[in-house]
Design a protein around this ligand. Structure first.
Ligand SMILES: [Cu+2]
Length: 505
């Protein structure tokens, strides 16, 4: 009896073990292999005309696509979570609230009011997303806040292109300043009777005059290409359009808007032939091309090619001689006074700031320029003083001067922030990494950077009498506080009396 029990127990245990291990196995399989991924890989193997190499490359593309998809899903989850958290903060915060729907709108407004100058991932619209790349456009500045009306005609687009991605020829009804954030690009611009080609790399800037037909390819075999385009629409304020001339179905050629009789007359080609030609292209606006096609696009210097190979960009912000540089940071700029930059007519300056880890920029402001900044690497922090945002209750205080609202935000790659002219601000790098920021400064021609700390700051440059009158304090004592030998970039440490700690420690 006892033995039979033991036996059946053993059998039971055996089966339950088998069942459980099977379940565990199944679970593992579904975790690893997404059905979409399996189909994708299967299809690669089914292509008769593919060589073994082609098949391997195809399978790799499946993996890359799958990874990107997963990353994207994770990102979306995170964004939703962050959004929820923010909503909770607004609700649970110290803001005055009514019940009902109206109070929600009010909450939204308050939230925007709190920080009209900082834009995260959620402020971008994805305009295009294919297997080979993504185009994201930042929302109109006035959608965020009326305070940004002065730059409402500017639009910022960020483009990612995978290895050997090709972006179809097109033109814009906007002036464009292009900046290569990461990777290597080949850009073709149609001049009068030929295409000028540019071999571009990280740090390069290039102006593309409105209406210029251009194409861009990622000329690297592995690395992703990231670039930013600042658009200044020239006909409809704050809105620009793209026009694909050479194309077909997708991208759709702008010529498709014309009647067949017009096209036949203009191109002196019968309708049948034209239909065939404009039916071919179906790859979309970003697609991958072969290594051979890429090599053919970018002829090497010294080849038989009549134009002598691709040009270099006239300015690289990563390599340009800095206007300020010390061990705490570096600032380079290209602006209206640099001839050949193309920025004279646009009245724009591009700056690149590299703040060393545990360092800060001085507190400063731009006299004329509105700064549109994009964090391209590292993490850090931003503070802006803004009189526009001081709340009613504060300004009702019996004071003859304005109150200032302090805007602060963490910075990470992809964060965009705006600093209006006259508004003092400061940026600092985290303890772990350098903070790299690229800025488009709008209305740059007469712009000056005025500082509140460091060599030649506005307080130490103020005449003695005015200084004493302004502070109601002896000038010598004021000078002791404001005079400092270093210029523009400092270590982010508290003064010696505070035992030389890092200020954020
Ligand atoms: Cu303000």
């Amino acid at each position: 009896m006892a033995m039979r029990t033991n036996l059946s127990l053993a059998i039971f245990l055996f089966f339950s073990f088998a069942l459980f291990s099977n379940l565990a196995l199944c679970k593992k399989v579904t975790e690893v292999e997404d059905p979409e991924l399996i189909t994708c890989k299967h299809q690669c193997q089914q292509q008769c005309e593919y060589t073994e190499d082609d098949k391997r490359a195809c399978v790799q593309r499946c993996d890359v696509y799958h990874r990107t998809k997963q990353e994207r899903e994770k990102q979306i989850q995170e964004e939703t979570r962050e959004k929820k958290e923010r909503e909770m903060e607004v609700k649970g915060g110290h803001h005055h609230h009514h019940e009902g729907k109206e109070s929600h709108d009010e909450g939204e407004q308050e939230k925007q009011q709190e920080n009209p100058y900082v834009f995260e991932e959620s402020s971008f619209d994805t305009k295009v997303e294919t297997e080979s790349g993504r185009i994201r456009l930042l929302q109109k500045f006035t959608k965020k806040s009326k305070l940004l009306q002065g730059i409402d005609n500017f639009r910022l687009a960020i483009i990612e292109a995978k290895a050997r991605a090709f972006m179809s020829p097109l033109h814009f009804d906007s002036e464009v300043v292009l900046f290569i954030v990461k990777g290597q690009a080949l850009l073709g611009m149609v001049r009068e009777s030929e295409t000028e080609k540019f071999s571009l790399e990280a740090g390069d800037m290039l102006r593309i005059p409105a209406g210029t037909p251009l194409y861009i390819a990622n000329r690297d075999d592995n690395e992703k290409l990231f670039f930013a385009m600042l658009h200044m629409p020239i006909s409809t304020p704050g809105k620009f359009e793209e026009f694909f001339g050479p194309g077909g179905q997708d991208p759709e050629s702008v010529l498709s808007a014309f009647g067949w009789n017009v096209l036949q007359a203009a191109l002196q080609t019968p309708k049948g032939k034209l239909e065939k030609l404009f039916n071919q292209q179906n790859e979309g606006r970003i697609f991958e091309i072969s290594r051979e096609q890429l090599q053919a696009l970018a002829p090497k210097k010294g080849s038989w090619w009549p134009f002598g190979g691709p040009s270099k960009a006239p300015f690289n912000l990563f390599r340009k001689y800095p206007v300020f540089s010390n061990r705490n940071g570096r600032l380079t700029e290209v602006g209206p006074s640099d001839s050949k930059s193309g920025l004279e007519a646009l009245n724009i300056m591009l700056t690149f700031t590299n703040i060393t880890q545990r360092s800060m920029s001085t507190i400063h402001y731009n006299s004329h320029a509105t700064k549109i900044a994009l964090v391209i690497n590292g993490t850090g922090h931003l503070q802006i003083a803004c009189p526009h945002l001081a709340s009613k209750s504060e300004s009702e205080h019996e004071k003859s001067s304005p109150s200032y609202h302090s805007i602060s935000s963490n910075l990470k790659p992809g964060t965009v922030f705006v600093v209006p002219p006259g508004h003092p601000f400061v940026t600092m790098a985290s303890r772990k990494e350098n903070l790299l920021i690229i800025c488009f400064e709008i209305n740059a021609r007469e712009n000056k950077k005025f500082t509140f700390a460091g060599k030649n700051n506005i307080v130490s440059s103020l005449d003695t009498v005015a200084k004493e009158l302004a502070f109601n304090y002896p000038a010598d004592m004021v000078n002791q506080v404001f005079d400092r030998k270093e210029e523009f970039f400092f270590p982010f440490v508290l003064p010696r009396e505070e035992r030389g700690r890092y200020a954020d420690a």
